[in-house]
Design a binder for this molecule. Structure first.
Ligand SMILES: [Zn+2]
Length: 157
């Protein structure tokens, strides 16, 4: 199953390579939070509909809600997809970049296992990887003092 999802992700990312935008364009907005080198290796793609691996096996396992929920963004490895019309929402970018760090810190396979486990166990809102992203997003949104988000994620994950 993981191989199938991983293959789907790589294919999805390959299909959007030409449309992706480098996150270094937000280096000033995120100064002190995300280092320029990290932003230079992170990307986003604006899409009308977020791509999701809609496999019957995943629905059978209990991921139907996650597949059907209309999110504003979703992260796969170092790239996240943003729903058209939401691309100016810096808080959303900030949130998805936390997920990029989580993918990077855990590695793709461990991230997928943990994220899926958490969703089934706690639900989307209470999944610890999501709670971490929402808490950091809230800190940024409220104008909290900048700190190294990467170091935070590596320490707390
Ligand atoms: Zn999230």
């Amino acid at each position: 199953m993981l191989d199938k999802i991983n293959g789907w992700i790589d294919e999805t990312l390959a299909n959007h390579t030409s449309e992706r935008i480098g996150c270094e364009c937000m280096a000033t907005d995120f100064e002190g939070y995300y280092p320029p080198a990290f932003l230079a290796d992170s990307f986003y793609v604006i899409v009308p509909q977020l791509p999701k691996p809609d496999f019957p096996e995943l629905r059978q396992l209990g991921f139907g809600d996650l597949i059907d929920t209309d999110f504003n963004g979703i992260t796969y490895k170092n790239t996240y997809f943003v729903k058209q019309g939401k691309e100016r929402n810096l808080n959303l970018h900030f949130h998805e970049l936390v997920h990029v760090l989580q993918w990077q810190t855990l590695g793709a396979e461990a991230f997928m296992i943990r994220y899926m486990d958490e969703i089934l166990k706690y639900g989307y809102e209470d999944a610890p990887l999501e709670k971490m992203a929402f808490a950091l997003e809230a800190h940024f949104m409220e104008g909290g003092a900048p700190f190294d988000i990467g170091a935070h994620v590596r320490q707390k994950i």
